[in-house]
Ligand binder design. Structure first.
Ligand code: SAH
Ligand code: SF4
Length: 399
């Protein structure tokens, strides 16, 4: 993995967005129906909703007075009662390999991070995957995850979730006339901070805007929700929206998974695999061809040949693609990344058992942007963060 130098860094507070009059309604993140209701409440026709969505999401316009197919009178009315405001960018870093990272300051002062990872070929209009956060922190405390060590602070609302995608696209629109603008982000993964299925409504609403042709118009195969396995919500998701599903498995048996992904004690593997099978086989027309199985490679913990064979047996009958994720270390993490040789052997066992198994390339190392390592340091705001810090200090004192 090559280290890359930064070409553009801003660590100064940047309040480009986020200043707004809280008495007004934020239209960013509203569903099509909510927007239609809003226009009707103003005595307008509901079709205005799709007009406005195009301005907001396709042309990146937030100023009602730039919306040329809206009458002056309506522009003034909108300006009086509403605003379109994404979360405030606290700072951003753009890496030489095309990786971009934003830290947002959301209402209440909490920080969340978003990372854009371009395809290896670096083509201007090539694949660009945005890794979006759904919560500030996370309540689930997986043992290898720095977000988990922060504890849970709060859910993000729909404007804060979809706002991350809006700002990422906006970063390619500078100096382009509104009607000549194009969204550049091609793929979204809900793999930033937080467990998306524990913030269900805002996440589903935001993903609907990602898919909607009047908003971002992304294909359903290009929007992926990653979950640690909130089983009842997986069944709900299958009914509510048509997106790809990734499951953070990380262990092939309950004993080990209880340790690495503690939510497994509530929803053990048998239930999780059953829910995954139902998501794929579901008789409703939204069924998917496969789920993605995420498996973090922790040296000496979950990466033996036996673990690979167990995993192959566990996934029998579940159409799946396996994605091995080399562990991203964070300060005082009690794990190390498996060696490349080990990952290769593990992967071969799965390939030989008939699975498509890929290894995730870690990108944006120079800006701490690797997915799953969105927090450079454990934030010191919650009891869990305090306990984590104390346990690390104790460990250091005894070694
Ligand atoms: N909460 C959801 C989505 C966010 S985490 C989930 O757990 O699926 C996104 C992915 O990054 C998950 O697969 C998670 O297990 C993985 N991850 C977390 N910490 C990591 C680390 N230190 N190294 C590698 N992957 C990590
Ligand atoms: Fe939460 Fe996902 Fe991290 Fe687990 S891996 S603590 S579910 S963000």
């Amino acid at each position: 993995m090559t280290k890359l130098s930064l070409i553009k860094t801003s660590t100064l507070p940047e309040q480009k967005y986020g200043n707004h009059d809280t008495q007004k309604i934020n239209l960013l993140g509203m569903s099509k129906q909510e927007l239609a209701d809003f226009f009707v409440s103003l005595g307008e026709k509901s079709f205005r909703a799709t007009q406005l969505m195009k301005w907001i999401y396709q042309f990146g316009v937030t100023d009602f007075f730039e919306m040329t197919n809206i009458s002056k009178k309506l522009q003034e009315k909108l300006d009086e009662v509403a605003h379109i405001t994404p979360p405030a960018v606290k700072f951003k870093q753009f890496s030489e390999d095309g990786t971009r990272k934003w830290v947002f300051e959301v209402a209440g002062g909490s920080l969340v991070e978003t990372v854009l990872i371009p395809a290896e070929d670096g083509k201007q209009f090539g694949r660009k995957t945005l890794c979006i956060s759904s919560q500030v922190g996370c309540a689930l405390d997986c043992s290898f995850c720095s977000t988990g060590k922060q504890g849970f602070e709060r859910d993000l609302n729909a404007s804060e979730i979809i706002g991350q995608l809006w700002v990422a696209n906006q970063s390619y629109m500078e100096d382009v006339a509104p009607t000549a603008r194009e969204n550049r982000v091609t793929n979204v993964v809900m793999m930033g901070m937080g467990e998306p299925l524990l913030n269900y409504q805002p996440v589903v609403k935001s993903m609907s805007l990602m898919l909607d042709d009047h908003a971002f118009g992304l294909s359903k195969r290009r929007v992926t929700l990653s979950t640690s396995g909130i089983v009842p919500k997986m069944y709900e998701l299958a009914k509510d929206i048509d997106v790809s599903l990734a499951i953070s498995l990380h262990a092939p048996n309950d004993e080990l998974r209880n340790e690495l992904v503690p939510i497994n004690k509530k929803y053990p593997l048998a239930e999780l695999i059953k829910a995954a099978k139902s998501y794929v086989h579901d008789e409703n027309p939204r069924h998917k061809k496969h789920v993605t199985i995420e498996y973090v490679m922790l040296a000496g913990v979950n990466d033996s040949d036996e673990h690979a064979h167990q995993l192959a047996r566990l996934l029998e009958g579940l159409p799946s693609k396996i994605n091995l994720i080399p562990f991203n270390p964070f300060p005082h993490a009690p794990y190390a990344r498996s060696s490349n040789n080990r990952i290769h052997t593990f992967s071969n066992i799965l390939n030989n058992a008939g699975y498509v198994c890929t290894t995730r390339q870690t990108r944006g190392d120079d800006i701490d942007a690797a997915c799953g390592q969105l927090v450079g340091q454990v934030a010191d705001r919650t009891r869990r963060a305090k306990q984590w810090k104390e346990s690390v200090q104790k460990r250091q004192a005894t070694t």
